[in-house]
Design a binder for this molecule. Structure first.
Ligand code: MEV
Length: 314
């Protein structure tokens, strides 16, 4: 059995692809579970989507990426004819910036490792599952896979050790999904295009995001939610300046703020997907969630709390 966590990015998406830091939290109640067993052919099933792909066998065009990702992951085992059936159950909404594909990739690696009795650290699991993630995201920063594997509330920057964030008390964050599904690969490519056309402007947006991440980290650790909220609002404005927001995401953020959120922003790739809204307390989160539920196709509250990240293999 293998598990991978879904995640929310509080600050730093997109800039993180270019080496800047980000702050993200694992979702304890949203993730993927996988089991693996030896089989004649390598088959991957994903429930409740009723998806099934078999390696080396043509699949429907809509499943070609999934098959390719599975083949890519299996080939990284370097065991020649590894033949395995993997069954995944996922409850992270897909295409919503909540780390669905990374959660599945990590769960699959853990399930296969379990079957083959391979012991790996959480960092090694995250690194291996990037072979899967690259098929869906093209040029992933690795933040989704790191959080899917380690869990916890963390600061992530490419090539640096994952840092656990210390918080005096839980932070209540409302997550609301818009009705538009976005492809991270397309949104990352869109930002890359802007970077090559208008390098100076986009680099300064990334630098602005980095200072917000640093300021937010201090406010998280000091329990200063007002400043954290301001950082979220400003991060959203910088992401909007890269044309990553949508009218629906704007409406959700505005509604969250008018319902009492200390700050709100798109989370993940943008272009659709979801927003996160920071609440001052559990009861404020409940009122914000009630208001957002009228506009959102799915809405829930996460209590982000300090916990150790998984470093051991499992
Ligand atoms: C996607 O969850 C976050 C992005 O920054 C892409 C990435 O980091 O790979 C948009």
């Amino acid at each position: 059995m293998g598990h991978g966590f879904g995640k929310i990015i509080l600050l730093g998406e997109h800039a993180v692809v270019y080496g800047h830091p980000s702050i993200a939290a694992a979702l304890d109640n949203y993730g993927a579970e996988a089991t693996a067993r030896s089989a004649k052919q390598s088959v991957l099933t994903i429930m409740p989507w009723a998806k099934s792909v078999t390696t080396g066998t043509p699949s429907a065009p809509s499943d070609a990426e999934l098959r390719h990702a599975f083949e890519s992951l299996l080939s990284s085992y370097a065991m020649g004819a590894l033949s395995v059936r993997v069954d995944v159950h996922v409850n992270v909404p897909a295409g919503s910036g909540l780390g669905c594909s990374a959660a599945i990739g990590v769960a699959i690696v853990r399930a296969i490792d379990d079957l083959l009795n391979i012991k790996r650290s959480s960092s090694e699991v995250a690194a291996l599952s990037l072979n899967w993630e690259k098929v869906f995201h093209g040029n992933p920063s690795g933040v989704d896979s790191a959080v899917a594997s380690h869990g916890g509330f963390v600061r992530f920057a490419k090539g640096q050790p994952l840092a656990l964030l210390h918080i005096p008390r839980p932070i209540h964050v409302v997550v609301a999904l818009s009705n538009v599904v976005a492809r991270t690969k397309d949104m990352v490519a869109f930002v890359s295009q802007q970077l090559s056309r208008n390098n100076r402007r986009v680099v300064s947006v990334f630098e602005g995001i980095e200072s917000l991440v640093n300021r937010a980290q201090r406010s998280v650790e000091q329990g200063d939610l007002d400043v954290l909220g301001q950082c979220l609002d400003l991060n959203h404005a910088l992401l909007s300046s890269l044309l990553l927001s949508t009218p629906e995401l704007e409406q959700l953020c505005a509604e969250a703020r008018s319902a009492g959120a200390l700050g709100a922003k798109l989370t993940g790739s943008g272009g659709g997907g979801a927003i996160v809204a920071l609440a001052s307390s559990a009861s404020s989160a409940q009122s914000i969630q009630e208001r957002l539920a009228r506009l959102s196709r799915q809405c829930f509250t996460v209590a982000v709390h300090e916990r150790s990240i998984r470093e051991s293999s499992c």
